[in-house]
Design a protein around this ligand. Sequence first.
Ligand code: SF4
Length: 230
Amino acid sequence: MENLKTLENLKNVEKTENGAADAGGAKRAAAWEELRTRVASCAGCELCRTRTNTVFGQGTAETPLVFVGEGPGEDEDLQGLAFVGRAGQLLTRILTAGGISREEVFITNVVKCRPPGNRVPSTEEMMRCGDWLEAQLLLLRPKILVCLGGTAAKWILKTTEGITALRGRWLEWRGIEVFPMFHPSYLLRDESRRKGSPKDLTWQDVQTLKERFGRYRSGPCPVQKKEAAP
Ligand code: SF4
């Protein structure tokens, strides 16, 4: 219920901003900080009992490109940061090699607290935490939303299709372009670089993503593009 109240408040901020430009986006910035505070103390589902830290997500809020994964893992839970463990480090390497810096995007998860043993979050947990994600997306207003892995893609797109069928396709959620990709933890389980392997397909997806991101990006790419996939 508390989540829903906050979401309604944030929708009102959105309407106000659309009606009359809020100088400097001050209301939006204040709403973002309120959201961060509320997530930090959230007890909206059972995951609050076992978490060390909530993981709000990080990066820049002024970005056209947002990544959404499934949920925090052990490293993320301990540090309170998204995608900082082995999978996160691999994601950083892949994006950097493709010419996309983590500093110019925002990265978060469907659920903000670690499911014990890294299990898949339950539907109820995702429903309860989904309000926070929706509020984040309302405020971030990205042009491109990358769903990392099947759980995030199914949750956002409300589909039963698996990630293998969804990845590399341009889809849509509330006027935002959605681009599902494999979760980096999946790539850690298959090191092959053969044609058609998860790594090879992800490398293709990053090229596609970079091209589309370039349409919305302001300023030059802040990272040096490398010649080959990491
Ligand atoms: S997972 Fe989400 S809804 Fe559940 S306690 Fe954490 S922040 Fe709250």
